[in-house]
Design a binder for this molecule. Structure first.
Ligand SMILES: [Zn+2]
Ligand SMILES: [Zn+2]
Length: 71
């Protein structure tokens, strides 16, 4: 069964799918070069000091982009 990206509604390949920390849905892996076109953003999660991903829909509602910290 095919996963569908919740942002662009195109099929997701498991190799380029990531999970949004805001809504838990799977989206395409965001590319930093084309942030405008990507389905989400890479953020650094404060509590785990690791990379996390947030979809475009959630990033419009919550300031996930401001959670960057230096670990
Ligand atoms: Zn997508
Ligand atoms: Zn989301």
């Amino acid at each position: 069964m095919a996963e569908i990206c919740s942002v662009c509604s195109k099929p997701l390949d498991k190799t380029n799918a990531v999970t949004c920390i805001g809504c838990g849905r799977e989206i395409h892996f965001p590319s930093e070069e084309s942030a405008e076109d990507s389905c989400g953003f890479i953020v650094t999660q404060w509590n785990v000091c690791g990379l996390a991903f947030v979809c475009k829909l959630c990033s419009n509602q919550q300031p996930f982009g401001n959670t960057k910290t230096s670990c």
